[in-house]
Design a protein around this ligand. Structure first.
Ligand code: HEM
Length: 211
């Protein structure tokens, strides 16, 4: 059997799937709440709203625990998007737009991955800020007014949902392109030697030891 490299710790994997499940539940229940006829994904409004209300607390805890874990495990060093990562974008775009066959050289995660993972934490915050305005429209009336009023709050919550739908679709698509070994690594934690989370150019392959 090929040697395997440990690349995702147990807490990181558990939190990944918990957060993924909650984003899935929030998106589907939210779309049903928005338009139950067009997005007939739940049996009735009561179930959809209860699902949304439970998952919204779980995603907030899930993200806070992930940030805390990132700090104690120090894995923020490979996850945090820094300004210097911007330099990685031209090569990344050239590769993904089929303009270059040369895979971009990067560390464990490339610039796009880091930006996306960090953006999701910010977008959950946006959903929490607007979502609590939707949750307590009377009790938080002044807060909702300060955010631009109920219509703005609802539209921002809905527009942000589409950002989640599109970026999660991209993430799933790129994971599938990575192959079964990459997807399985998020379940078992291990990646066979010679398989990479994302394309890495030849000379940099020794970097995997840094995981
Ligand atoms: C993070 C904390 C969140 C809170 C506090 C929250 C709260 C709420 C509340 C109170 C509603 C209105 C429910 C109703 O009227 O019965 C709602 C609707 C909705 N939520 Fe969330 N939500 C959160 C996260 C999310 C996330 C992460 C998504 C999707 C990625 C999402 C998507 C939606 C959608 C699409 C609607 C329907 C909006 C509309 O009718 O225009 N929510 N949310």
């Amino acid at each position: 059997m090929a040697n395997e490299i440990y690349c995702h710790t147990m807490p990181a994997r558990i939190l990944h799937w918990i957060n993924a499940a909650n984003i899935g539940l929030l998106t589907t229940s939210g779309m049903y709440i928005r338009d139950p006829e067009l997005f007939a994904l739940f049996a009735n409004m009561d179930i959809a709203r209860k699902t949304h209300f439970i998952a919204m607390y779980l995603i907030i805890y899930g993200i806070l625990i992930r940030i805390y874990y990132s700090w104690v495990s120090r894995d923020y060093r490979e996850l945090m998007f820094r300004l210097r990562d911007i330099r990685g974008f031209p090569a990344l775009f050239r590769y993904y737009l089929f303009l270059s066959k040369e895979p971009p050289v990067s560390e464990k995660y490339n610039a796009g991955q880091k930006l996306l993972y960090n953006a999701w934490a910010v977008l959950v915050l946006v959903q929490a800020i607007t979502g609590f305005g939707l949750y307590f429209p009377d009790g938080l009336a002044a807060y909702v007014r300060a955010l631009g009023g109920p219509v703005v709050v609802r539209q921002v919550h809905f527009a942000t949902t589409w950002v989640f739908i599109l970026t999660v679709a991209l993430h799933v698509y790129l994971s599938f392109i990575g192959g079964w070994a990459v997807i399985k690594s998020m379940i078992t934690g291990y990646l066979p030697e010679g398989v990479y989370i994302q394309p890495v150019a030849g000379d940099e392959r020794g970097d995997l030891e840094r995981f």
